[in-house]
Design a protein. Structure first.
Length: 294
């Protein structure tokens, strides 16, 4: 693979390994060939390939990181396990997976550990939301125990000083709206936590991404790495036209600080679309967004 580096200024464009294929090395090659600046890796499990905690897989991921910057490790397997139970506590099996993923994140020197809340981890009741907060708080404490890392520079709403846990941020994503997401974040009450804005998932849940961005940015809780994809059409609804997922991106960038944008449509059976989406994303971002809010 030919090495590439994120731009010194501007908003970087990232590609997700889990939307390309379960072969992490192959996904990295595809991301590089399509012009991505960054790669988000999947921890694996279920039908997303071998676990990254397997020594050979971790060594391969370390080699990938020499060619393309790996900024995010996503633990999508949590959606298959269930993060919490309805009694308001974290599931031990989920915490065990997350702690193994954190070990890998530290080894790979990523700056974000991404935890989703969908399917079996969907925080659909008050008890599940309390249990989700318990799980996230526990993981944040593990991150803090890893020790502080250097802050690469203050960004608006991000504060100053060292970041917790060797620079790792815990990012949480769910279909909750801004009010419920902020309530969950306040229940966690830890500086390592940030909330993820995913345009497709928010729209599918009936929420406005721009309203989410404004509300979550205000207290400095918005992760500066946006996810952009087309929402799944409602039953009997029209399929969104290709490229329309990026229509809202310029407005979002005017209202929140953004470090990178993840293009997250499904590229497993349409590999050529990855390059198209990266091009559309760069066009939507434009040349004027030159802040680096790390």
């Amino acid at each position: 693979m030919t090495a590439t580096a994120p731009p010194a200024a501007g908003v970087a464009v990232a590609a997700p390994s889990w939307r390309i294929g379960t072969d992490r090395v192959g996904a990295a090659r595809a991301a590089l060939a399509a012009g991505a600046d960054l790669l988000h890796l999947d921890f694996g499990g279920a039908h997303r390939g071998p676990l990254l905690s397997e020594p050979a897989e971790l060594r391969a991921a370390e080699a990938v990181g020499k060619d393309i910057r790996v900024d995010v490790l996503a633990v999508n397997h949590i959606n298959d396990i269930g993060l919490a139970d309805d009694r308001g506590t974290a599931r031990p099996t989920a915490l065990a997976v997350l702690e193994r993923a954190l070990d890998c994140a530290l080894r790979l020197d990523v700056r974000v550990l991404h935890v989703p809340g969908f399917r079996r981890s969907l925080p659909a009741t008050a008890g599940l939301r309390a249990g989700t907060a318990d799980a996230l708080r526990t993981l944040c404490e593990r991150i803090a125990e890893a020790g502080p890392g250097p802050e690469p520079g203050p960004g608006p709403g991000q504060g100053t000083g060292p970041r917790p846990g060797a620079g790792i941020t815990l990012a949480y994503e769910s279909p909750l709206g801004a009010r419920e997401s902020l309530a969950l974040a306040r229940a966690v009450d830890h500086p390592a936590l940030r909330l993820v804005l995913d345009t497709g998932n928010l729209k599918e849940a009936g929420h406005d991404p721009l309203a989410f961005a404004r509300a979550v940015s205000a207290p400095g809780l918005l992760l500066p790495d946006l996810h952009v994809k087309e929402p799944a059409p409602a039953a009997g609804g029209a399929v969104p036209a290709p490229g329309t997922a990026f229509d809202d991106l310029p407005e979002l960038l005017r209202h929140c600080v953004v470090r990178s944008v993840l293009v997250e449509n499904d590229y497993r059976h349409a590999p050529g679309r990855l390059r198209e989406d990266i091009t559309l994303c760069r066009t939507a971002v434009g040349p004027s967004h030159d802040e680096d809010p790390r």
